[in-house]
Design a protein around this ligand. Structure first.
Ligand SMILES: [Zn+2]
Length: 530
C-alpha cells in the first residue's frame, strides 16, 4: 500500500521554495521548544449542569492556578514509539490538506515536526530522504478531540488511557483532551492532576491534555453545592476574570436542570420509548442555561469586565433558540465558541429504536429537523467545531437488556469512529476536506491553546492522519475496535465511508494497517504558567 522511495540528488525548486518559506515562518529549534512548552496548555474547563455554572467558574479559576508543568519528559523517537524506523522522511499523496488547499504535495517530517512542504507533483521530486507514497489517499492534520472522557484513574474499567488512546490513534485522532466525568480522583487540584499523570504514564498512544473541573459527585450534591454558593465570595465573573488572565477557556455544559423537575405524567409513559426520554430533557433546558450565561458572554466583549476570557459551549444539541442566543452574543462581540458532536449530526430522534439505550446521551439527540439545522449552522460557521464527547461507560450501566431510557447511563461511545462518521453523514451536505480539517483540527487546536498543532505547516508538530475517504466498510463484528467496550457504541452496525490508513503523532507512526506501535509515546500536554 505504501511505497518507500529512496532518492539522493538535489532538492526540487518547490522544495527550495518551501524551505525558504519555512525559514521565514519558523523560529529556531530552541525557540520552538520554548514556545511549545509555553503554549501547551491544559486549559481549564468547568462542565456541569447549568445552574452550577457560578460554582464551576470558581473551580475552573482555581484549577487554572494549580495545574502546571510537564511531569515526565517526551519520549520522542524512543524505542518502539513508531512503526517506522526513520525520524526524517517525507510523506506524499495527491490529496494533501495544507495551506488552505487540497492537492498533490510532499511533506517533510524531521524530528517530530513538519520541516518543509513541497507542493506539486511529488513523483517528479528527487528527495534525499525516504518517501512514504500514499497515492490518492488524503493526508490531513490529525484530529484534535477536545472533549473525550477516559475516566482514569479510579474507573479504568470504564475506558482508561491505554484503550482510549489506542482507539483515538486508530481513528486518526492525534490529540485528545480528557474531560473530567466520574474518574476518581478527578482533575481539580495539583495533587489529583499528578495522580492522573501517574496513571497515564506509558499508556498514551496519542497526546493528551486535561481539562480541570468538578465531578458530578460534588456538583450534583445539592447541600455541598449550596454551601459553596451561599459562601458567595467567588462567582462566575470572578472566575472569568481569572481565566482571562490565564487566557484559558471556561467550558460549559449548557443544560439547566429546573429547580423543581416536572415529573408529572412521566409515570404513565413507557421508559423504553425514546420519546419518553426526550420529554425529560427538553431544549428549554439548554436555552435556560445559555440565558444564564448572557451576562458572562457580554463581559467577554472588548472593554468588558472579563475581556480576554473565553466561553465554550460543549455539545450543543438545540439548533433553535439556544443556538440563536449564542449567535446574537457573538454578533455583538462576545468571545464564545460552540461545539457539537457527530451523534447529533448522524442520528435523529425518529430513528432511535425503542429500548436501544446506546443512543442515550445528554443533551439528547433531537428530531430530524433539528439535525438539519445543526448541519446548516456548522456549514455556516455558527458552530465552530466538533468533539466526540466519547462515553467511557461500563456496559452493564447502559441496561441494554432492560432498555430503560430513564435509568440507563447516558453517553455515546464513539472515539474511534468520529472521522468516518462525520465524513459519511456529511456527504449529503457536500462537506469538504478543508471543512473537516477546520472543525476537527484547526479550531480545536485554537480552543486548547495549541499553537503548534491543528495544521500541516512548517514548524508544527507532525500530527497527521492518512485516510481513504472513499473506502467503505461495515462497522460489524469483523471490524477492529479498540475501545474497551465495543458493543455499546451506537455506531455498531453502520455502513461508513472513510478508512484510516496511518496516524502519525509528532512524527511517530503510531498506527498503520490495523497495528499500533509497540510503545505508547504520546505526551501529556500541560500548561506552563511561566
Ligand atoms: Zn462530556
Amino acid at each position: 500500500m505504501v511505497r518507500l522511495q529512496l532518492g539522493s540528488s538535489a532538492s526540487t525548486s518547490a522544495q527550495r521554495t518551501s524551505r525558504q518559506q519555512k525559514s521565514r515562518e519558523r523560529p529556531s529549534a530552541n525557540t520552538r521548544e520554548r514556545d511549545g512548552a509555553r503554549h501547551s496548555s491544559a486549559s481549564m474547563a468547568a462542565s456541569a449542569k447549568g445552574r452550577l455554572v457560578p460554582l464551576l467558574a470558581v473551580a475552573a479559576a482555581l484549577a487554572a492556578v494549580l495545574l502546571y508543568r510537564a511531569p515526565f519528559s517526551k519520549s520522542l523517537g524512543g524505542e518502539g514509539c513508531s512503526l517506522l524506523h526513520h525520524d526524517h522522511f517525507w510523506i506524499a499523496s495527491d490529496r494533501v490538506v495544507t495551506l488552505g488547499r487540497v492537492g498533490p504535495a510532499a511533506v517533510e517530517v524531521k524530528g517530530g515536526l513538519v520541516n518543509a512542504i513541497a507542493v506539486g507533483d511529488y513523483r517528479n521530486f528527487v528527495l534525499r530522504r525516504p518517501l512514504l507514497d500514499y497515492g490518492d489517499a488524503v493526508i490531513m492534520p490529525g484530529l484534535i478531540d477536545v472533549h473525550a472522557h477516559l475516566d482514569e484513574p479510579g474507573r479504568a474499567e470504564w475506558e482508561g488511557f491505554s484503550t482510549g488512546t489506542k482507539a483515538a490513534a486508530a481513528g486518526g485522532i492525534t490529540t485528545l483532551v480528557d474531560m473530567p466525568l466520574n474518574s476518581y480522583p478527578s482533575t481539580v487540584t495539583e495533587e489529583t492532576l499528578k495522580l492522573k499523570l501517574e496513571a497515564a504514564r506509558d499508556k498514551l498512544y496519542v497526546d493528551v491534555g486535561f481539562w480541570g473541573g468538578l465531578v458530578p459527585e460534588n456538583a450534583f450534591n445539592p447541600s455541598a453545592l449550596e454551601k459553596l454558593l451561599n459562601a458567595g465570595v467567588l462567582g462566575l465573573k470572578e472566575g472569568l476574570v481569572t481565566l482571562a488572565k490565564y487566557k484559558r477557556p471556561l467550558l460549559i455544559h449548557a443544560e439547566r436542570i429546573p429547580d423543581v423537575e416536572d415529573g408529572d405524567g412521566l409515570a404513565d409513559l413507557d421508559p423504553r420509548s425514546y420519546s419518553t426520554y426526550l420529554k425529560t430533557r427538553p431544549p428549554t433546558w439548554e436555552e435556560a442555561a445559555i440565558r444564564d450565561l448572557e451576562r458572562a458572554m457580554k463581559d467577554t466583549k472588548a472593554g468588558g469586565r472579563s475581556e480576554g476570557a473565553h466561553l465554550h459551549i460543549v455539545h450543543l444539541a438545540d439548533a433553535k433558540t439556544s443556538l440563536k442566543l449564542v449567535k446574537d452574543a457573538r454578533h455583538s462581540g462576545a468571545s464564545v465558541t460552540i461545539e457539537t458532536c457527530p451523534h447529533y449530526l448522524a442520528f435523529s430522534a425518529e430513528e432511535v429504536p425503542d429500548g436501544d439505550t446506546r443512543f442515550k446521551c445528554a443533551p439528547p439527540i433531537r428530531d430530524a429537523a433539528n439535525r438539519e439545522n445543526l448541519w446548516n449552522a456548522l456549514l455556516d460557521g455558527h458552530i465552530d467545531m466538533l468533539s466526540s464527547d466519547h462515553s467511557p461507560s461500563a456496559p452493564d450501566l447502559k441496561l441494554m437488556e432492560e432498555g430503560n431510557f430513564l435509568r440507563a447511563w447516558g453517553g455515546i461511545s464513539s472515539l474511534q469512529f468520529v472521522l468516518p462518521v462525520t465524513w459519511t453523514f456529511g456527504q449529503k451536505y457536500g462537506i469538504t476536506l478543508n471543512q473537516l480539517a477546520s472543525w476537527w483540527s484547526e479550531k480545536p487546536a485554537k480552543l486548547a491553546g495549541q499553537k503548534n498543532k491543528g495544521a500541516i505547516l512548517p514548524g508544527y508538530h507532525a500530527d497527521i492522519v492518512v485516510w481513504k475517504p472513499e473506502a467503505e466498510f461495515q462497522l460489524d463484528e469483523s471490524h477492529s475496535v479498540y475501545h474497551k467496550h465495543r458493543n455499546i457504541s451506537a455506531y455498531i452496525g453502520q455502513q461508513l465511508s472513510g478508512k484510516v490508513l496511518s496516524t502519525f503523532v509528532r512524527g511517530n507512526l503510531v498506527f498503520a494497517e490495523d497495528k499500533h506501535a509497540n510503545a505508547a509515546c504520546g505526551v501529556p500536554i500541560l500548561a506552563d504558567l511561566k
